[in-house]
Design a protein around this ligand. Structure first.
Ligand SMILES: [Zn+2]
Length: 318
C-alpha cells in the first residue's frame, strides 16, 4: 500500500427531508461543501439532480475531474433494503415508491456509488469524528422532521435482516393518538418530530417576540428560555421513556442525539436521562451516557465521507 500517494477524491451527499448537502473530500480532509434546500420527501428525482449539479460545481471549483472521483456515498432519509438498494417502508415516503437512489446517482455520475440510511451515516460521522469516538455499543438517534436511529453493536453497524433496523420514529408512545404520516396513530415522530416541537415552541414563546430561524436554530434559542426549556425537557422525557426500553433490550454504552433536536442541549438531554433512569429502574441500562451529537447538522455528511473514504481505500490497493 503506497502511503505517499494522496487519498483519491470522494464525494459525500446527505439527503435530509428538506435539504441536500454535498461535500468533496480527500480521505477525511474536507475540500469544500455546500447545502441547498429542497423538498426531498416529495421530489426524489429533483433532489438527485440537485446533488449532481452541486457535485459538478464543487469539482469544477476544485479543478478535479469527475472521472478521478473514487466513490460517491450518499445518505437518504429512509430505510434502504439490504439486497435491492430500493427504499423500504414507502408508506412514509410515497414519492419514493420503486425509487432506487443508488442507480439514480450512479447513472447520473457514472462513479462507484454507495447508498445508506441517513441515521447510519450520522452514527459513522459521530463514531469517527464526534461524540461516539471510541464507543463499541451505541445508538445514534437522528431526531429531525423524521426520527430514526442507527445501532452500532460490538463495533459494527447493525442493519437488521432487511435494512430497516432502528426505525424508532414509528414506535407508539404510550397513551398518544396523534395521526402520523405513516397512517398509524401515536407514533414518536408524530409527537416529537422537529415540526411538532417547533409548533409547541411557537405557541409558548409567542409572548417573547416569537421564535426565529430554522428548526435547529429555533430549538437552540428556545432552550435558553424557561418556557422553551420546559417544552424540550418534556420532549426529552417522552423520548427517554422509549429509549429506556431500547436500553433494556440492547444495553448500549451511549446514546447520541443528533438532528435538529440535538441542538436542544441540556433540557432535552436531562429529560431523556431522567426518563431512562426511571424506566430502566435498577437495571445497569440506567448508566447509559446520553449526549448530543458533536458535529451538529454535519454528522450525516461526515459519515458519508467516512463510508466513501473507506470504500475508496478498498478499491485502490496501491
Ligand atoms: Zn408513524
Amino acid at each position: 500500500l503506497s502511503l505517499s500517494r494522496p487519498a483519491a477524491p470522494v464525494v459525500a451527499v446527505d439527503f435530509g427531508h428538506n435539504h441536500v448537502r454535498v461535500a468533496l473530500a480527500r480521505g477525511s480532509n474536507v475540500l469544500s461543501e455546500v447545502s441547498r434546500e429542497i423538498d426531498v420527501d416529495h421530489l426524489p428525482a429533483g433532489a438527485m439532480d440537485l446533488a449532481v449539479t452541486e457535485t459538478r460545481a464543487l469539482l469544477a471549483d476544485a479543478e478535479i475531474d469527475l472521472r478521478d472521483v473514487a466513490v460517491v456515498a450518499a445518505g437518504v432519509p429512509a430505510p434502504i433494503d439490504n439486497q435491492s438498494n430500493v427504499v423500504a417502508a414507502v408508506n412514509v415516503l410515497p414519492a419514493w415508491i420503486g425509487f432506487n437512489p443508488h442507480d439514480q446517482l450512479a447513472d447520473r455520475l457514472g462513479r462507484p456509488t454507495i447508498i445508506r440510511n441517513d441515521a447510519e451515516m450520522g452514527a459513522l460521522g459521530e463514531l469517527h469524528f464526534g461524540a461516539a469516538v471510541g464507543e463499541r455499543d451505541f445508538l445514534y438517534v437522528k431526531a429531525s422532521h423524521g426520527i430514526g436511529a442507527s445501532l452500532v453493536l460490538d463495533g459494527r453497524v447493525y442493519r437488521g435482516s432487511r435494512g430497516a433496523a432502528g426505525e424508532l420514529g414509528h414506535l407508539q408512545l404510550a397513551g398518544m393518538t396523534d395521526l402520523c404520516r405513516c397512517g398509524k396513530r401515536g407514533c414518536v415522530e408524530a409527537i416529537l418530530g422537529a415540526g411538532q416541537i417547533a409548533q409547541r415552541l411557537t405557541y409558548v414563546l409567542r409572548d417573547d417576540g416569537g421564535p426565529v430561524g430554522g428548526d435547529a436554530e429555533m430549538i437552540k434559542l428556545a432552550a435558553r428560555t424557561p418556557a422553551g426549556a420546559r417544552v424540550l425537557a418534556d420532549a426529552g422525557r417522552s423520548l427517554g421513556r422509549l429509549l429506556a426500553e431500547v436500553c433494556m433490550v440492547l444495553d448500549p454504552e451511549a446514546i447520541i442525539i443528533g438532528g435538529s433536536l440535538g441542538a436542544a442541549g441540556t433540557p432535552l438531554l436531562e429529560g431523556a436521562r431522567e426518563a431512562i433512569s426511571r424506566y430502566t429502574g435498577d437495571a445497569s441500562a440506567s448508566e447509559v451516557s446520553v449526549r448530543a451529537a458533536a458535529l451538529g447538522d454535519r454528522s450525516e455528511l461526515m459519515g458519508a465521507i467516512v463510508v466513501a473514504s473507506i470504500a475508496s481505500a478498498d478499491l485502490v490497493p496501491g
